[in-house]
Design a protein around this ligand. Structure first.
Ligand SMILES: NC(=O)c1ccc[n+]([C@@H]2O[C@H](COP(=O)([O-])OP(=O)(O)OC[C@H]3O[C@@H](n4cnc5c(N)ncnc54)[C@H](OP(=O)(O)O)[C@@H]3O)[C@@H](O)[C@H]2O)c1
Length: 325
């Protein structure tokens, strides 16, 4: 089976390539960064340089493919709407058109549970609880719109995955940010960090992607993906820093005050068109303040998804790599 993977030069993409290649798939990695792309190639993986915001490149790359995994995205919490729209919405439309024109039999789209973000505790959120609209930030807005495009295109057999809080070796986002903020000012905690969160080993997300390619039942469906180990935020941080052998510094903050700061910063940055991310955004505060865990019953029942790596194992693996570098 021939599979094209967008976002292959990114964090999750590389794990998807590995998961598929080791299971006998013929894999083509798609991305803009040639130097990373060339390092990905071996006897089982080839690389095509391309930008999916350009219809012709992705159209040509999709030729002869049985399936596409669309993991490429502008994946950040701050930036211009035009950039998010172009990459995450128009890019997804181009991938859909490429699937349709090339009779690609399956599309797996990587969305995000950030679409559920709200100023409240949410436990065991089901896929059906997604809001129709959420404009907390442009990333969320663009992912919701991209999902809509996928559902509208009935001619393409698609599966949508919403994996939460990816971490693992090669992560450029969550853990590196925590390490940096811990060193600089300390990790902000509200309510003693007792809120429950779900995270996911990147290896488990790659597994869920493969299962989504293989399950006939998954067509037209959307699945939450986590490690299914809801844990208080502070407990995860303590465990991570213990494994990293780095002292952890916490910063106890007043939520109402910080919410005011974040709102003001967002308004100011938008007004002055500052593209750098503000130190706090409403979205990051929601992540730090509220519990959010997801029900993965649907993925377990329909995809036969069972996390193959525990959070503790994932943290140990990350820490070993961190200490050796
Ligand atoms: N990380 C998380 O915690 C998390 C959680 C939920 C969902 N997700 C979703 O999971 C997916 C992968 O995330 P990630 O953490 O692996 O992000 P990442 O490391 O930033 O990778 C994203 C990749 O997308 C590619 N890309 C962006 N624009 C492109 C374009 N116009 N044409 C071709 N390639 C393009 C980039 O490739 P080049 O650099 O080669 O251009 C980049 O390697 C994303 O869809 C993200 O929204 C991530």
């Amino acid at each position: 089976m021939k599979v094209l993977v967008t976002g292959a030069t990114g964090f999750l993409g590389k794990y998807i390539l590995e998961e598929l290649a080791t299971q006998g798939y013929e894999v083509t990695a798609f991305g803009r960064n040639v130097s990373i792309g060339e390092r990905l190639t071996n006897d089982k993986i080839r690389f095509i340089q391309g930008d999916f915001t350009e219809p012709s490149g992705i159209m040509a790359a999709a030729e002869g493919m049985d399936a596409i995994v669309h993991a490429g995205a502008l994946s950040t919490v701050w930036g211009k709407w035009s950039d998010f729209y172009q990459t995450n919405v128009v890019g997804t439309e181009n991938v859909l058109a490429a699937c349709e024109d090339n009779q690609v039999k399956r599309l797996v789209f990587i969305s995000s549970p950030s679409i559920y973000a709200a100023a409240k505790d949410q436990l065991q959120v089901k896929e059906t609880e997604a809001p129709e609209k959420n404009e907390l930030n442009f990333y969320i807005k663009s992912k919701l719109l991209a999902e809509e495009k996928i559902r509208e295109k009935a001619t393409v057999d698609s599966v949508i995955l919403r994996p939460r809080g990816l971490f693992g070796v090669g992560d450029t986002s969550i853990i590196p940010r925590l390490i940096k903020v811990n060193k600089k000012i300390g990790i902000p905690l509200f309510d003693g960090g007792q809120q429950l969160i779900d995270v996911t080993c990147v290896e488990n997300v790659a597994l869920a992607v493969r299962l989504s390619l293989e399950s006939s039942r998954a067509v037209g469906e959307t699945y939450n993906i986590t490690n299914d180990e809801p844990t208080p935020f502070k407990e995860i941080l303590d465990q991570l820093h213990r494994e990293l052998s780095v002292p952890v510094n916490y910063l106890s903050l007043n939520y109402s005050l910080m919410y005011g700061v974040a709102s003001t910063l967002e308004k100011l940055y938008s007004l002055l068109r500052i593209t750098k991310e503000p130190i706090f955004t409403k979205y990051t505060l929601y992540l730090l303040k509220y519990s959010q865990t997801l029900s993965i019953d649907k993925a377990k029942n329909e995809l036969n998804y069972q996390p193959k790596m525990t959070v503790a194992e994932g943290i140990k693996k990350y820490a070993e790599d961190y200490r050796s570098n």
